[in-house]
Design a protein around this ligand. Structure first.
Ligand SMILES: NC(=O)C1=CN([C@@H]2O[C@H](COP(=O)(O)OP(=O)(O)OC[C@H]3O[C@@H](n4cnc5c(N)ncnc54)[C@H](O)[C@@H]3O)[C@@H](O)[C@H]2O)C=CC1
Ligand SMILES: O=C(O)[C@@H]1CCC=N1
Length: 264
């Protein structure tokens, strides 16, 4: 598969890193006005770094637009005449609808909106996909590519904003929980490095327990909470302080914001 990534900032470079790690292409064009985030890939085999978006499009079958919503329109217009029915066009731009993309490159083109998260750089993304009606034909191909970089879920476009909050912003939410646990561990007397390692491996273990056992979180909580013990004391205090409520309210605030961006 000949792939181009247009826009190699935070997310574009993460996708590039994941693809290069997997060698899952016959050629990869990385195109940006500022290619500083991908210079480390200069010597990679079959990878071309360029400032010319048109060159990247002309030499590729799959084009991933990893641009901010405010830039994607002008770039789509710039390359629209080069996009044919053989191409699969993917966009990660949050809130930029399939309809808007169709209005620029044509509704007869294969278009899939894709929302990975930054864990794509290490092949552990949760990636949600929504296609236009023509793009449905290529959804299995899209799933195959992104399944190599984590896990995929095909969802209706109306749910893509919510999925962005849970999975893309979600990386930041989980990072903050790890950081807060580390701060707690330092207060209990661990060195910062030790505290980080304790928090991180415990977080990894918790996620792995759920993934591998398929159990509900509360079932795993019940196994840890000794009656009158320290875990239930800590957990109940966290809930008195509004832990679950704070998370849910944060998710709702994030969702409100992404809908303002969409409608703005
Ligand atoms: N799923 C996720 O985890 C994340 C998703 N996003 C979404 O991904 C999109 C991109 O976000 P970031 O990667 O953070 O943005 P960014 O600003 O880091 O990267 C965008 C890149 O586009 C380039 N660019 C701008 N105009 C261009 C042009 N005319 N031609 C070629 N390149 C051009 C910029 O130089 C920049 O390197 C956004 O829509 C954002 O909402 C962003 C961060 C995380
Ligand atoms: O914070 C944002 O707006 C973007 C969309 C998802 C992740 N980053």
């Amino acid at each position: 598969m000949k792939i181009a990534i247009i826009g190699t900032g935070n997310l574009g470079s993460s996708i590039a890193k994941g693809l290069i790690g997997n060698k899952s292409f016959t050629s990869l064009y990385l195109s940006d006005k500022n290619t500083s985030a991908v210079v480390q890939f200069t010597d990679e085999e079959y990878v071309t770094i360029t400032n010319y978006n048109k060159e990247a499009v002309m030499n590729s079958d799959l084009i991933i637009f990893a641009l901010q919503p405010r830039h994607i329109e002008s770039v789509l217009k710039e390359v629209a005449s080069l996009i044919t029915k053989k191409h699969l066009v993917m966009s990660v731009a949050a809130g930029y609808s399939l309809e808007k993309i169709e209005s620029i490159i044509g509704e007869d083109k294969h278009i899939i909106r894709v929302m990975p998260n930054t864990a794509i750089s290490i092949g552990k993304s949760m990636t949600c996909l929504s296609a236009n009606s023509v793009g449905e034909e290529k959804i299995e191909l899209a799933k195959t590519i992104f399944n190599q970089l984590g896990t995929t879920m095909v969802i209706p476009e109306e749910q893509l904003q919510a999925a962005t909050v849970i999975c893309a912003s979600g990386i930041a939410f989980w990072m903050r929980l790890v950081r807060a646990t580390t701060q707690g561990a330092i207060q209990l007397g661990f060195e910062a490095e030790e505290a980080h390692q304790l928090a991180l491996q415990t977080c990894y273990g918790a996620a792995s327990l759920l993934k591998e056992s398929g159990k509900h979180p509360e079932a795993e909580i019940d196994r840890v909470t000794t009656p009158s013990g320290c875990t239930i004391a800590g957990l109940n205090e966290m809930e008195h302080q509004g832990l679950s409520s704070a998370l849910i309210q944060g998710i709702n605030a994030s969702f409100e914001k992404i809908n303002q961006i969409k409608n703005g």
